[in-house]
Design a protein around this ligand. Structure first.
Ligand SMILES: [Zn+2]
Length: 271
């Protein structure tokens, strides 16, 4: 599942090719994504100029004047940039063509992604209205997290993955951030001190920054690449390392299920 670093890397790969460019053609091959692609997408988009490509949580936002094209990648979606358009493959669902000849192609085998049109002020969109702050936003700080966690008796890992608390911290990055912060994932959110939450804010940013940096190294090959943008393989501390030795202390990494998700931690480093 593309997480925040993958979506941010896509944004950085796509933006320079389409910003200030006019949409010249829209081809929808299959409308059956998580929600149907609007039947009038072509009428909405053709002739309009993309001012800017933003990201909010795991949504890409193409700003066209006051309106927005919202793209979400679901489980398996990806957006590829072509100067020379190759033949269509299975699971290529949408092409957006621009005045400079660039084509953005949306590919999604499992079709849990979305491409939606939203006219008007974006925070009102039901998908975005209840989202918490971005992990890199100034408002995501120790005071904010302390206030948010005080009300929650759930395991801190589940609270950290709750998009109403902070967006974009999926399973991998929650595991890694909690390791870096030295916090046991099962600890009740409201039983973690403010000092340790301050460390968790930093650890979350560090983990995501490292992953985005890894993704940045793929940008060079972004155009005309048919490679699937998979996960950026970080040298994980705990994720996927059950029973392997902790990179810091050598203890065996443990694994349990929390909220149905694989949760790995070091029993010595994380309290
Ligand atoms: Zn350890």
């Amino acid at each position: 599942m593309p997480e925040l670093p993958e979506v941010e890397t896509t944004r950085r790969g796509v933006a320079p090719h389409v910003e200030r460019q006019k949409v010249t053609a829209v081809r929808v091959y299959d409308r059956r994504l998580r929600w149907p692609v609007p039947a009038d997408l072509s009428q909405r988009l053709v002739g309009r100029t993309v001012d800017q490509v933003d990201r909010r949580s795991k949504y890409l936002l193409f700003r066209l004047g006051a309106d927005t094209l919202i793209i979400h990648f679901g489980m398996t979606g990806s957006l590829q940039v072509f100067k020379k358009l190759p033949p269509k493959r299975p699971h290529d669902h949408i092409d957006l063509e621009f005045g400079n000849g660039i084509v953005l192609r949306y590919h999604d085998p499992r079709r849990f992604g979305a491409m939606l049109w939203f006219p008007g002020a974006l925070p009102n969109h039901p998908l975005l209205a209840s989202l918490g702050p971005e992990p890199f936003a100034r408002e995501f700080d120790a005071d904010y997290l302390y206030q948010a966690m005080r009300k929650r008796s759930a395991a801190i890992k589940l609270a950290l993955m709750d998009s109403r608390v902070v967006v974009g911290v999926g399973n991998i990055y929650a595991n890694e951030s909690l390791f870096r912060a030295g916090i046991r994932p099962t600890r009740a959110a409201n039983r973690v001190s403010r000092t340790r939450l301050a460390r968790l804010v930093e650890a979350t940013r560090e983990t995501l920054t490292d992953a985005i940096a890894k993704g940045g190294s793929t940008l060079r090959d972004y155009v005309d690449s048919r490679g699937e943008p998979g996960y950026f393989q970080l040298d994980y501390y705990v994720y996927g390392r059950e029973r392997e030795p902790c990179r810091v202390c050598g203890a065996r990494i443990r694994c349990l299920r929390l909220g149905g998700r694989s949760t790995t931690f070091c029993p010595t480093c994380q309290k």
